[in-house]
Design a protein. Structure first.
Length: 181
């Protein structure tokens, strides 16, 4: 399994970096990418990071799933974004897994991918998915080929759902045991 992980300036650190680290720990290959013209980005809490590639150099067909983190960048870009939405739609149309955390599901909601689906997200993000079934009490949940999570405090549950979907529940349980969750 090979995942494409969108990183952005001002993304939530834990949702991006911890999610990536936990998936790699589980043996899942992750490629980080940026829609900006630079690989070097600065997270919400001022960590300078470098992505593996730029989106212009990525062939989405080579990836089995997509991850979209949250953070302030979402509110800054979601209403005028075409890049993340177009990529998410492409993965969705190919019935590939899409995992979005915190405000990340807003991209999915704005293009109708959460219509009729159960989902969770950061408080207030449900405004972009009025035709979905919002579950603010859930940390993470899966409906069809979409996994959503509430926020940084739900990273472990988010990663658990991803691993359970891509590998199996035994592998997901093994990760939690390994990190003493």
């Amino acid at each position: 399994m090979k995942g494409l992980f969108i990183f952005a300036n001002n993304m939530e650190d834990v949702e991006g970096l911890a999610t990536r680290a936990l998936l790699i720990r589980s043996g899942i290959e992750i490629t980080t990418t940026s829609f900006s013209n630079e690989k070097t980005l600065v997270t919400k809490f001022n960590q300078t990071i470098e992505t593996d590639t730029l989106i212009k150099d990525v062939n989405p067909e080579e990836y089995d799933f997509l991850i979209i983190p949250g953070g302030p960048y979402v509110a800054e870009h979601v209403d005028r974004d075409t890049n993340v939405k177009r990529l998410a739609q492409r993965f969705y149309d190919q019935n590939k897994l899409i995992a979005a955390i915190c405000a990340g599901p807003r991209f999915l909601g704005q293009i109708g991918l959460l219509d009729g689906k159960n989902y969770t997200a950061f408080t207030g993000s449900d405004i972009d998915a009025p035709n979905g079934r919002y579950h603010p009490e859930r940390k993470a949940l899966k409906d069809g080929n979409i996994i959503t999570a509430r926020g940084a405090g739900a990273v472990y549950e988010f990663v658990y759902e991803i691993i359970k979907t891509l590998q199996d529940e035994k592998q997901a349980d093994a990760l939690l045991a390994q990190i003493l969750y």
